[in-house]
Structures are given as structure tokens and as C-alpha cells.
Design a protein around this ligand. Structure first.
Ligand code: SAM
Length: 261
């Protein structure tokens, strides 16, 4: 079963996935497990302090190796088999759908959350298997990145979403961005819902949604679109007849300024 053990100075932050929404329901259904381990419980002083000044000087504090390694060790012992240790770090590989799908299909991981200037490099050398980043920006701690990773993995679990189709139709799953969505009212602030969505014609709706996905991906994420095209080209069957036709239509629409019609 998917299980996350989080090494964190702020276990209370994980109420966000434990007590809310889809991840809470999935936890109640026994689809995954969460445990937090606070390095302060392994502090070597009466104050529970687990950080110290950096060697070589400079601003800020660094999380000490000892309490972090002890917390990781305790989490490993609590698990039935040895888990991968992931350090959430701005210097890691950016998180993406492929990584989320890989993790969700496995037994989870021990997630190490840094604070301050970061953690003693020797913990990374001794205990960390992988570093994962939420993006090219710096957070105050690894917790928000760990929460994002956990939430993304849990929604992939069979039975986590009420409608099984939802996760399959999300952005990135098939290499494209999701299509736009609308709900009532039919006209909002003079903006009508695209007519085809009110037609009840399932085949036309499916085709329109695919075209919107192709269009959005091409416009918003050209590098993702190029990757999707390359994957299709590498596939023995190549582009389907419908995809070829839709891409042609998009090309014509963009030349005539009729996109989105
Ligand atoms: N001095 C570090 C650096 O520039 O690489 C940043 C330290 S940051 C203030 C403190 C902690 O936040 C890090 O140890 C890491 O666990 C977490 N963190 C910050 N940005 C992150 C990101 N983009 N993705 C994942 N974790 C991040």
C-alpha cells in the first residue's frame, strides 16, 4: 500500500492532506497511510534544538545530521520494507506527472523536509536516494512540496476519486493539457457556454474536447506539444486520422484567426 513517512519540524501542516478533501477520504478508505516523524524527538539537548550555525560562516542555520538520520531510521523500521528517501529540495529534479505516477504505483517513500538554509549535506550523501523540486523557486521549507507530492499521488490511486474517469482526463496524463470546463449558468456575464457542450451529441463533444486540448497544449506549452508529437511519431501507429484532421483544422483556424470557434 502507498505509505508516506514525512520527516518534518511541522507535522501539524500535514493536517492539510490528513483532514481535507480527496486525500482525507482516501485515508479513511484505507487506500494510503501517512506518518510524521519530528527530528526534535531525537535532539541531543533539552531545548529540542536541531539546527546550528553553518561551518564557514554565512547567514542562517543548517539542520543537523544526527536528528534527521535518527528520524529517517525510525521511519524505515516502522515500514515493512526499505523505502526510498526523497529530499524535497529546490536543487532536485522538478516534479512531474511521470514521477507522480511512478510513486503512486509503488509503496511510497520517506519524504525529508528541510528548513532554514537547508540540511547538512552529509545526510543527503548517507540517506537520500533522490531529490525532488516543486519548481524553480525557494520555499521556506519542504513541507509544501511534500504536501503537493502526496496530494498528486493519492488522487492517482484507484478508488480515491469518486469518478474514475477524472484522473485519466487530467492534464499531462496523455501528454496534453486538459480541455476547458463549464457549468451552470449557460450564460454568465454575457459569456455563453460553447454550443456543442449543450448539444447532447457525445461524439461531437468528445471531438471538441480533444481539439481544445491539442490547441491549448500547442499554445500554452509548446515544448509539451512537441514532446507529444514526437511520442506519436515514435509510435508505430503515428497520429490517428482524427488527430491529423484536428491539427489541420487548428492550423487553418490559426491562419484565418478563427481559433476557439
Ligand atoms: N538554501 C537552499 C537553496 O538555495 O538551495 C534553500 C533552503 S530553503 C529556504 C529550506 C528548505 O525548503 C529546503 O531545505 C527544502 O527542503 C525546501 N525547499 C525550498 N524550495 C523548495 C522547492 N522548490 N522544492 C522543494 N523543496 C523546497
Amino acid at each position: 500500500m502507498l505509505r508516506f513517512d514525512v520527516i518534518t519540524l511541522f507535522p501539524e501542516m500535514f493536517a492539510a492532506v490528513r483532514d481535507c478533501g480527496i486525500s482525507r477520504r482516501a485515508l479513511e478508505r484505507g487506500l494510503w497511510q501517512l506518518d510524521c516523524w519530528n527530528p526534535r524527538d531525537w535532539a541531543d539537548n533539552a531545548y529540542g534544538s536541531v539546527d546550528d550555525r553553518p561551518f564557514g560562516g554565512g547567514p542562517g542555520m543548517v539542520m543537523q545530521a544526527g536528528p534527521l538520520e535518527a528520524a529517517i531510521g525510525a521511519a524505515q523500521v516502522a515500514r515493512s520494507s526499505k523505502a526510498k528517501v526523497i529530499y524535497l529540495s529546490p536543487q532536485g529534479k522538478p516534479l512531474n506527472h511521470a514521477k507522480v505516477a511512478e510513486l503512486a504505483a509503488g509503496e511510497g517513500a520517506i519524504l525529508l523536509c528541510g528548513r532554514y538554509e537547508g540540511i547538512d549535506e552529509r545526510v543527503i550523501a548517507r540517506c537520500v536516494d533522490e531529490e525532488v523540486s516543486l519548481g524553480d523557486f525557494v520555499l521556506s521549507g519542504g513541507e509544501i512540496a511534500a504536501l503537493a507530492l502526496i496530494d498528486a499521488c493519492v488522487r492517482q490511486l484507484p478508488g480515491a476519486l469518486n469518478d474514475v474517469a477524472s484522473a485519466v482526463e487530467d492534464s499531462f496524463v496523455d501528454g496534453l493539457l486538459d480541455c476547458p470546463h463549464y457549468t451552470r449558468p449557460e450564460v454568465y456575464e454575457e459569456l455563453p457556454v460553447p454550443e456543442v457542450l449543450l448539444s447532447g451529441h457525445h461524439e461531437n463533444i468528445r471531438r471538441w474536447r480533444l481539439k481544445q486540448s491539442l490547441l491549448r497544449t500547442r499554445e500554452r506549452r509548446p515544448e509539451l506539444f512537441a514532446k507529444w508529437l514526437a511520442q506519436r511519431a515514435a509510435n508505430a501507429r503515428g497520429l490517428s486520422k482524427e488527430e491529423t484532421q484536428l491539427l489541420r483544422e487548428i492550423e487553418v483556424d490559426s491562419n484565418t484567426g478563427a481559433l476557439r470557434s
